[in-house]
Design a protein around this ligand. Structure first.
Ligand code: URA
Length: 217
């Protein structure tokens, strides 16, 4: 049931809702004129049952290429694992024109513009949430939300108006939401989490396996 007919699922690349992010974009346009440098649209299968919610574009990844998780460490890990699950054609070459396709999966970000130091602030997450809502509403077969990290987890719950305290974030946690969707949590597949040992590829695959199970429940 669409709730927000007026908001499209994707912001325009030159979205101006967040002054700090607009200023950062301006600086990045100067420093990296060949980069995409805009609000990054979601990527994937419009008939997806799974929506992966990331944090925000990486400066030299999605902000460069214009495709979520494309061109950085976290994307290599994410796309390798999605391929292992059979949810892509396995053709990721870190370029938007590499022919890579996702099957049954759509990938979006809690915040669509690259933030300084990879850290969006609360108002930026709030400003971008209507796009997350619209993205969700535009997926007719959506069953499972896969949140990469606590920011993604929290904004997804806030999006529906659910109390955060009722659904604590934990790696591999499975939350059956009152609206019939299932929310699965994972630590973010960032280089930092992998290098510090917080997340291993095996742990990430386990969270994805939970997602596969939830699809069939
Ligand atoms: N790239 C994205 O698009 N999102 C993330 O959360 C990390 C890298």
């Amino acid at each position: 049931m669409p709730r927000l007919k007026t908001i499209p699922p994707e912001p325009k690349p030159d979205c101006s809702l967040c002054p700090r992010l607009v200023a950062f974009r301006r600086a990045n346009k100067k420093a990296y004129p060949d980069y995409f440098n805009g609000a990054v649209a979601s990527f994937g299968d419009e008939q997806a049952r799974i929506l992966v919610v990331g944090l925000a574009p990486g400066l030299k990844g999605a902000n460069k290429t214009g495709r979520p998780f494309t061109g950085d460490f976290s994307g290599e890990l994410l796309f390798r694992c999605l391929a292992a699950m059979g949810w892509s054609n396995g053709q990721n070459e870190n370029r938007p024109d590499d022919g890579f396709e996702l099957h049954d999966v759509m990938i979006t970000n809690a915040v669509r513009c690259v933030p300084p130091e990879n850290k969006p602030i609360g108002t930026e997450v709030n400003n971008c949430r209507p796009y997350l809502m619209a993205r969700l509403d535009a997926l007719p077969k959506l069953k499972v939300l896969f949140a990469l990290g606590k920011v993604a987890h929290d904004t997804t719950l806030r999006n529906f108006g659910f109390r955060l305290a009722d659904y604590p974030f934990a790696h591999k946690a499975k939350h059956l939401l009152p609206n019939g969707l299932t929310l699965i949590d994972s630590y973010h597949c960032s280089r930092y989490n992998v290098n510090t040992g917080r997340l291993t590829e095996a742990m990430f695959m386990e969270a994805l396996m939970e997602t596969k199970v939830a699809l069939n429940n």
